[in-house]
Write a protein that binds this ligand. Sequence first.
Ligand SMILES: Cc1ncc(COP(=O)(O)O)c(C=O)c1O
Length: 354
Amino acid sequence: MSSITNSTVVPGCQFASDNTSGACPEALAALIEANAGSQASYGNDRYTSVVADRLRELFAADCEVFFVFNGTAANSLAISTCCQPYHSVICADVAHLETDECGGPEFFSGGAKLLLANSLHGKIDVESVEELVTRRTDIHYPKPHVLSITQSTEMGTVYSLAELAQLGATAKRLGLRVHMDGARFANAVASLDVSPGEIVRAAHVDVLCFGGAKMGLPVGEAVLFFDRRLAADFAYRCKQAGQLASKMRFLTAPWLGLLAEGAWLRHARQSNAMAAKLAAGFNETTGVELLHPIDANAVFAVLPEKVHQYLAKRGWRYYTFIGQGSARFMCSWTTTAAEVDALLGDVRTALNAG
Ligand SMILES: Cc1ncc(COP(=O)(O)O)c(C=O)c1O
């Protein structure tokens, strides 16, 4: 019997998404604590303003802070505050905004159009931004008004501060607002080993959607307006979109646990480390090809079909929707070295089978 057959494969959705993991103990403890007694509703509780202050401290910025249920709402509503219906938003051709939000940004902005910039490994090509903005100046073209940057990217890469500075400076020179989709912002902070504020300042970010769920919260994302003027009517947008939680304390109190003593960064480092370990294992395995640099918590690889079949039989879960025979393995704060080793073992068994 091979050691692989003996290995313990945990049933479930191990590498499908960082959304498939549970809430981290720090967030849960804060949630339970916030359950005691009655509290004012709609964000007027004793937790929400404290979390907003903690986030201001974390970013060393006097930003406006809001909380919504998910990333699509965060992005769509943030974009809607930056745009008129006749504006356009430049994002990467692989951006979540374009591929996975069901037209939310266009819907909530009342018609703003997404213009797709070329990307390499998920990173926007700065020349493509310039070309999209300067291509036309006539009234028939949706007026470019926002640049949306995903950090870390959908392909598991992370923009360096220099790359962000170049994009941010280009956006400002061209008169664009900067939105950052930070569903995996924590993984970028862990990867770059810089402060959160350094990232937003390098890119001249006006509004950041700071992902909570992938970081270890049970639910929820924060929207941070570094240009406070953009936040003027944001509360109304949240309410109209069904994103104002009546029992807001349950959306916000878990942030306290996550932010205290750097749990958020510890968890992000863990998921990044597991992706690095998986990638190193794939690199040593003939027959597996990595598709993108591994900067954060995602590993994209091309595997032979027989490997996919064997992994499916063994109960492994990951996404295979990106290109023929390719796979995305997403690590989360719960991913363990034993899981990574077991997966690598099964990949090698499948490759060595006749
Ligand atoms: C890059 C990116 N942005 C935003 C989101 C948030 O999406 P959701 O609406 O599912 O919370 C995700 C989730 O997978 C994502 O990968």
